[in-house]
Design a protein around this ligand. Structure first.
Ligand SMILES: [Zn+2]
Length: 316
């Protein structure tokens, strides 16, 4: 009887010891995961409509992938972005906040996956502030009305192709996170990013649109420079935007230059910040000489001013 009791006590002690060791191991693993989680990602807690939210990920190996989501308080998905790798080993996802986003409290979610299985997740509360945009009415003459209402297969094909480019996320060989520079020396802005526009057509009809970039009022023939390093993915004449250049700087991140008189960079060319890419003009749908300068992130237009200030602080 005593032997049995000794054996039972022995088993109990052993299992208590094993349990303690298991608990310690669990604690160690948890602490390790916690530490990794703390360094796994970061994101800012505030943004305005028409801005980007940069979500940074620290990943341990090249098999990892990462993505970010922005959700409203009711769980509604507002924006999502896959992360791309940078030269320093970190990954970055740029969440584009539409100019239509409502002010309020949101949550940024970051997920790091390995072989399709989520390894770490983090959440950062984020407030979207209030921003109002200008409203303006623009009268279109017969020529501009003709362009605005052009439904020719050629124009429709050009629009499809533009969307195809802007929504594409190519792996970028040399990702460029800044600093970005303005494409012209002039500070004279004749239209702002996000302006709510009503076009009054020559026949009295109206149509509404958003101004997706900034207009610089400059004489035709003014040199236009690349806002950042990147690959020219389009350099051609388009019915709506005239002579047009598009540069890809990061995976899914593009700067656009419209209404040029002359193109000085070819599709496929790699340009640096400040490379001459063309001369300004008034080609396409335009009411006077100017440069239209725009940024797109995963297809969504983002304020060029956000890129100017973000690039200046980078890397975080
Ligand atoms: Zn414009």
């Amino acid at each position: 009887m005593r032997k049995w009791l000794a054996a039972i006590l022995c088993v109990c002690a052993l299992s208590a010891m094993l349990e303690a060791r298991g608990k310690k191991e669990e604690d160690r693993r948890e602490a390790e995961q916690e530490a990794t989680r703390e360094n796994a990602g970061s994101a800012p807690g505030f943004a305005l409509p028409g801005e980007c939210i940069p979500v940074w990920f620290t990943v341990s190996d090249s098999d990892s992938s990462a993505q970010a989501r922005l959700t409203a308080r009711d769980g509604r998905l507002v924006a999502r972005a896959a992360a791309f790798s940078l030269d320093d080993g970190r990954m970055l996802a740029l969440l584009a906040v539409s100019t239509f986003a409502e002010a309020g409290d949101y949550v940024i979610h970051g997920d790091i996956d390995r072989h399709g299985v989520t390894q770490f997740s983090f959440m950062v509360p984020c407030t979207i502030g209030i921003k109002s945009f200008f409203e303006e009415i623009i009268d279109l003459d017969r020529r501009n009305t003709g362009i605005r209402t052009d439904t020719s297969p050629e124009r429709l094909a050009q629009i499809d192709r533009l969307n195809e480019i802007l929504f594409a996320r190519n792996p970028v060989v040399e990702p460029f996170t800044g600093p970005y520079k303005p494409p012209v020396a002039s500070q004279r802005r004749t239209a702002q990013f996000g302006d709510r526009r009503t076009f009054r057509h020559a026949d009295g009809k109206k149509s509404a649109t958003i101004h997706h970039g900034i207009d610089f009022g400059i004489p035709s023939g003014t040199p236009v420079y690349a806002a950042g390093d990147g690959s020219v993915v389009l350099s051609e004449y388009r019915i709506s935007t005239g002579y047009t250049i598009i540069i890809e700087h990061l995976s899914g991140v593009y700067s656009l230059y419209y209404h040029l008189d002359r193109l000085s960079a070819d599709t496929g060319e790699y340009v640096r910040t400040g490379t001459l890419i063309g001369e300004s003009g008034s080609t396409g749908l335009s009411t006077g000489p100017h440069l239209h300068w725009e940024f797109r992130v995963n297809g969504v237009s983002v304020s060029p001013d956000w890129f100017l200030s973000w690039g200046a602080d980078n890397p975080e």
